[in-house]
Design a protein around this ligand. Structure first.
Ligand SMILES: NC(=O)c1ccc[n+]([C@@H]2O[C@H](COP(=O)([O-])OP(=O)(O)OC[C@H]3O[C@@H](n4cnc5c(N)ncnc54)[C@H](OP(=O)(O)O)[C@@H]3O)[C@@H](O)[C@H]2O)c1
Length: 260
């Protein structure tokens, strides 16, 4: 797709991939709107990226999504692209009985219900636009379980399945549906894994390089974009899924057991 003169809404634009996307897409000559929960962080981005537009909004809250839609469409009726990027990844040991029934599904509400509700809310508008697109950010962990972050893995596999179905259903419309299958990257999301047994931060890709690959993929209309190691994970998940699981099971095995 053409990546100039679009009006693009990115959920979770204050750090990591969302920030990189915002910075690159602004520089390419697009109108860029970002969201996040923390107003101070949104204000910091406004200083760092002059021209950016920000809205405080929590993607796990359906009422906030409805309000966001009204505000964004009033100010930016030309909105033609949605990037569902906001996400959270936690380490969870099922042996930890202190996690209550509300807390255990937090990533489902942000990473899976968030994008599903955003699409439901914005799709009728996007269908009326020229050069419209939705990009859902999934993960290499959508292709295989990652036992240290079991709920996160479930959300990303779910989002991948949803994205494929969405693409089929929107085939006859002008809305392109992209998926960024992102490999591990040096963003704040991964800070919590420092020092965890079996976690190797040398495998992580720089976010700027990863988003560069994502932008190139979008420009070439690659509906599924696999930067860096995600391409290897794609092949391995098909030819050697049991081996992949045995490898990912080693990450944080001691940490998980320590909660027993
Ligand atoms: N980093 C990786 O290794 C990696 C790999 C594969 C896929 N991904 C995916 O890439 C996406 C971006 O991750 P990242 O690594 O860039 O993470 P990050 O640096 O932690 O950034 C997450 C962004 O999402 C926002 N956010 C979190 N929860 C939100 C909510 N409920 N509503 C609105 N905004 C929310 C955060 O701002 P506030 O906290 O202020 O709300 C922040 O702007 C996520 O979907 C993640 O699962 C990451």
């Amino acid at each position: 797709m053409k990546l100039q003169h679009n009006t693009i809404l990115i959920t979770g634009g204050t750090s990591g991939f969302g920030y990189e996307f915002a910075s690159r897409l602004l520089a390419l000559g697009n109108t860029v709107i970002i969201t996040g929960r923390n107003q101070d962080r949104l204000d910091e981005v406004r200083v760092k990226l002059p021209g950016i537009h920000t809205f405080q909004s929590d993607v796990s809250d359906s009422e906030q999504i409805t309000l966001l839609f009204k505000q964004v469409i009033t100010q930016f009726p030309g909105l033609n692209m949605l990037i569902n990027n906001a996400g959270e990844m936690r380490m969870i040991s099922f042996h930890d009985t202190s996690i209550d029934l509300h807390n255990i599904t937090r990533e489902v509400e942000i990473n899976l219900m968030g994008p599903i509700r955003m699409v439901q809310q914005f799709l009728p508008h996007l269908k009326k636009q020229k050069n419209a697109a939705i990009l859902n950010v999934t993960s290499g962990i959508a292709l295989m379980p990652f036992p240290l972050s079991p709920i996160y893995g479930a959300t990303k596999s779910g989002l991948r399945s949803y994205t494929k179905s969405l693409r089929v259903q929107l085939k006859s419309t002008g809305v392109k549906v992209f998926e960024l299958i992102a490999p591990g990257s040096t963003t704040p999301l991964n800070d919590k894994f420092a020092g965890i047994d079996g976690f190797d931060d040398k495998m992580l890709m720089a976010p700027a390089k990863l988003i560069d690959a994502a932008i190139k993929g979008l420009m070439k209309d690659q509906l599924e974009i696999y930067p860096g190691l995600a391409g290897v994970m794609r092949v391995m998940s098909r030819v050697a899924p049991a081996f992949l699981l045995s490898q990912t099971s080693k990450v944080g095995a001691q940490w998980i057991a320590s909660k027993n």
